[in-house]
Design a protein around this ligand. Structure first.
Ligand SMILES: [Zn+2]
Length: 255
């Protein structure tokens, strides 16, 4: 049975998520940018946290955890590779590890690139992936620690999930990502339609996260480095997708 997903805006442009199992009552928090809005979201629903899942160590993903745990003593799960720089973990996990939130399986993917040790959580029965700052709506995280080849491989793991997967990523960066995406893939009709939808949503004050994986695969330039039209536009016909991805990421860093 799918978990109920709640998106919680935090800080200026972060998102945290709750995944709630109505049968067992278990509730997981994914990332903890800020305590107050997360505590309010739990309280308004009468939910008690059972788990806190961390995608990576950056302060805008973990800083709210301490105050949340004071009221919700949950089981904290994060990457074994990042144990030294994450809040204290009750369970350290690595790629291929699985655990349950209520009756729903959670699979751990290593999606290093933005940081080394960044993980994503895939819930196949719920049809959701919590990607933090790896795959983002129309974008991907900046490569603070990893190399382009590593991020390209990480994005490939996420792109291989089922098309209908809901992509729950960590930031509302979509409108600025959209402007950039049009410079890489200007003739992509699906991208043009999506940008119009994004602009409408943002003008109405609505979030653009989560998104759907099929739409990311059709429009997100960081997933499309093997696409002939993008390669032609960049003057990189038949180039290795890793080097095309590296070029797109470098252009975004200068954008
Ligand atoms: Zn980050």
């Amino acid at each position: 049975m799918p978990l109920e997903i709640v998106t919680i805006p935090c800080l200026s442009d972060n998102y945290a998520f709750l995944a709630h199992d109505p049968v067992s009552g278990e509730t997981a928090l994914i990332d903890a940018p800020e305590a107050a809005p997360i505590l309010a979201a739990l309280e308004s629903r009468g939910w008690q946290l059972s788990h806190a899942l961390l995608t990576h160590h950056h302060p805008d993903h973990v800083d709210g955890l301490f105050d949340i745990l004071a009221k919700h003593p949950a089981r904290v799960i994060g990457a074994k590779a990042d144990e030294h720089r994450l809040p204290e973990l009750d369970q350290a996990v690595a790629e291929g590890d699985t655990f349950y939130i209520g009756g729903d399986l959670v699979e751990v993917l290593d999606v290093s690139g933005h940081t080394i040790g960044h993980i994503a959580f895939h819930m196949p029965e719920t049809g959701a992936a919590f990607t933090g700052d790896s795959l983002m709506a129309l974008g991907c995280g900046r490569l603070f620690e990893g190399k382009p080849a590593q991020m390209w491989a990480s994005l490939g793991k996420l792109a291989a999930l089922p098309d209908e997967t809901i992509v729950c990523s960590g930031h509302e960066y979509t409108q600025s990502n959209a402007k950039f995406a049009l410079t890489i893939d200007p003739d992509n009709a699906a991208l043009q339609d999506r940008v119009a939808d994004i602009n409408r949503a943002r003008a109405a004050g609505e979030p653009t996260v989560p998104s759907v994986l099929a739409l990311e695969k059709a429009t997100n330039p960081f997933l499309r480095a093997a696409d002939p039209a993008i390669q032609a536009h960049l003057g990189m016909e038949n180039a290795d997708p890793t080097s095309v991805f590296a070029e797109i990421r470098a252009r975004k860093d200068r954008f």
